[in-house]
Design a protein around this ligand. Sequence first.
Ligand code: ADP
Ligand code: MG
Length: 731
Amino acid sequence: MQSLRFQALEKVTGVDFKVKPELNGKITDVFGSNVFNGKVMREHLSDEAYKSLMNSIKGGNKIERKMADQIASGLKAWAMKKGVTHYTHWFQPLTGTTAEKHDSFFTIKSDGSSIETFDGDALVQQEPDASSFPNGGIRATFEARGYTAWDPSSPAFIIEQGTGKTLCIPTIFVAYTGESLDYKAPLLKALSALDKAAVDVCNYFDKNVTKVTATLGWEQEYFMIDEGLANARPDLVLAGRTVVGHAPAKGQQLEDHYFGAIPERVYAFMRDFEEESYKLGIPLRTRHNEVAPAQFECAPIFEEVNIAVDHNSLLMDVMSKVAKRHKLKVLLHEKPFAGINGSGKHNNWSLATDTGVNLLAPGKTPKTNLMFLTFFVNTIKAVHDYSDLMRASIASPSNDFRLGANEAPPAIISVFTGKYLYEVLQEVKSRVNNKFDEQDEAILKLDLHRHIPELLLDNTDRNRTSPFAFTGNKFEFRAVGSSANCASAMTVMNTIMAKTLADFKKEVDSLIEKGEKKEIAIMQTLRKYIVDSEKILFEGDGYSEDWAKEAEKRGLPNVKTTPKALDAMVTPKATKLFTETGVYNEKELHARHEILLEDYVKKVQIEARVIGDLATNHVLPAAIKYQNELLANIRGLKEVGLKEGAYKAQLQIATKISEHINVISENVQAMIEARKVANKLEDSRQKAIDYCEKIKEPYFDVIRYHSDKLEFLVDDKIWGLPKYRELLFLR
Ligand code: ADP
Ligand code: MG
């Protein structure tokens, strides 16, 4: 029988695909059609229920039971009109995927008649069978149950699968004892802490500000390959990345893919998944090819963090589902292919007031510019003080392959401000001193104002090598991985910002109490923050060796692997930060740390098994088969009386094959033994470190190296695994 590789290769060019007609300027016709948004709420809710829901969305007010019943009934009416039969609480457990458990509206009454119901209880709370979600020991030691609770700040939506339609209620997922078990609960707490702290600081400048929301615009990178070819690679199926594979003759060196014409079949997929996304209210804006072959990107218009996080999780689901319809496979892994670029998910982040001001956009007047500078400097200070937590927030086994791989931001966290703002910070530093008085302040403010407007968006250099860069009116956290849930990075970002702003306010207030004028107190404190956090600023090439050395001199951490990066989560400093801001209590923090370590071990373990399996069952048999063919050939040539010169090359290849086979076989065995040792370890941290340093680092690359050599030597017809050139270039 033909191998899966050749079956898939035969089919790949015959795939039938149709490009949907463009929605030519009519995106608005479908946009949000499957979302219970403001307009449909108005239509389906009483005034009272509508107001109560709005108050809850805006101010976080609790919704009374009676109102919940009314809202549920409005939701049901809307959903049933759209052909929905089932509903589910939709949540984001720490497995990295989204979770749903569908219930039908349909029920039987005591008199035997049937009816469709959906009441406040069903809307507000559900008890999914939670025992199989990661909990880091919380539910083992305490209450075994967990529940999902409605998050009214993220609108309900309808998912279509074939002809089936399900109403999804965004929820948080918590243990019965109250500890959070998902990504969303801590994020919401962080956003609320940030709101309070940021409003307090805004009020120094503008008393009208009553709410500050964090905004997020993510840029999702991904690979798109033929599904048949992907299915013929057990590593892609089980680990989401290729663990072996010889580099193709052509990779990304010609730079002909980036921003090139989108391949027709991928374009058909994009059109399709974009339309699904629009219906769900995901405001996608851009689509283009990325640097590596078969790599693409999409990005939406930014939204409030909470909604943007839900939309990104939803988008990843939608992409995977729609790809199947096109017999394509979307790879969200950070590094599916060695030797070419990996994928990230830049998180563009800013802060917006309810008065319509972007706090990280330079202002129009000297006064608003001081407000801008305040938030700008506080962000730098936050990242400086908690860079280890920023690093931890993006740590995952898959992102480890990308960070610092000379194509992605390094594992060293630094901040890029751009030349103009760098100079502004230097001005503040040199001009604010002990004798700094009202007149100096007024002049400095004017001078800075003259400086700052120059840096309108186009003027910010596009330093692509920084993990955290200011890009004119927002910061861009670039080190986030493509498969990550944005909530992880955003929870930390907003928590550290909340804490830094709260501390800032305390310092400024204490200066004011001592009799300092407000604006001088602010300037003095900003100067102090600039001096304190200067070492995190870096404008140069983040990919260079020199930077690694320079960063070390500055004392900036460069933690390359996840198990050690995660240590930052449970330091006394982190514990103080998270408990003070109310984002995690100590128990939750340790549980989360534990979950992430377990996740690391499991993922590396799966990869190690896949490598062992591929080497033993695919690579070695193919090599041996080819070697036998060579031997038969050599024997034949000998038999007809030819001299050694006639089969010299064959002998050499056969010998090389043996060498590679031996190294692979020895290392696969040794790797299994190393796993046995690691598996006995009780301590999760030590186990994760062992999996990293005693399994992944010593064995993965060696086995791969020799496997790739064999791939290069062995007859192409015998090789069962689709090759890089096929995965990357055929569709
Ligand atoms: P680029 O970085 O490619 O030049 P843009 O500056 O337009 O492109 O934005 C990239 C991403 O940043 C988009 O998703 C966009 O919505 C988002 N973005 C723009 N402004 C903000 C903001 N104030 N807050 C959060 N994200 C933003
Ligand atoms: Mg960008």
